[in-house]
Design a protein around this ligand. Structure first.
Ligand code: DCM
Length: 153
């Protein structure tokens, strides 16, 4: 019965062409240091290029969210982080991606734009002045909570 359930569940998760259509998780980090949060400016794709985001990326199979986020920040920014509590609500993205954000602290290294156009630390006041058109759409709803976190920090 367990095997049958697994087969049915597996089958249900695959489309007619055999592709896996289960939702995929994307994780993003709100790295907070000295009362500021780090935003990174996307280099691609064209419709998101130049817009600010919480840096992160896709969770690979077998990884926890925290492991994936630590790996992505190492790859993209060259820094080590400690992943903390979740922030905000999850956001549904196109292509069956689900975006989750977590607080994080820097453990070592100085974040650098290895794969982004730029990285910049924003205070709560600077976040409030940011034009939402310059923020990746999926990340816009997190701005008020990020401001609240920084106001408390
Ligand atoms: N994404 C997003 N906001 C973030 C991080 C990622 O909207 N803070 C989206 C952009 C892509 C997908 O998640 O559609 C995968 O991200 P990446 O291209 O960085 O791997």
């Amino acid at each position: 019965f367990v095997t049958m359930s697994w087969m049915i569940a597996t089958k249900a998760a695959r489309g007619a062409d055999g592709t896996d259509d289960r939702p995929k998780d994307v994780v993003a980090a709100a790295i907070v240091d000295d009362g500021r949060v780090l935003l990174a400016q996307r280099a691609h794709p064209a419709e998101l290029a130049g817009k600010w985001e919480l840096p992160g990326g896709r969770v690979e199979s077998g990884e926890t969210h925290a492991q994936a986020l630590s790996r992505e920040i190492r790859e993209e920014l060259g820094a080590e982080i400690e992943v903390g509590a979740r922030i905000g609500a999850q956001v549904m993205l196109p292509n069956r991606l689900v975006l989750h954000a977590y607080r994080a602290r820097l453990r070592s290294g100085t974040p650098a734009a290895l794969e982004h156009l730029d990285v910049q630390w924003f205070s709560a006041d600077e976040l409030r002045l940011l034009d939402l058109d310059d923020v990746v759409p999926a990340d816009r709803d997190w701005i008020p909570e990020l401001c609240a976190i920084l106001d408390d920090a």
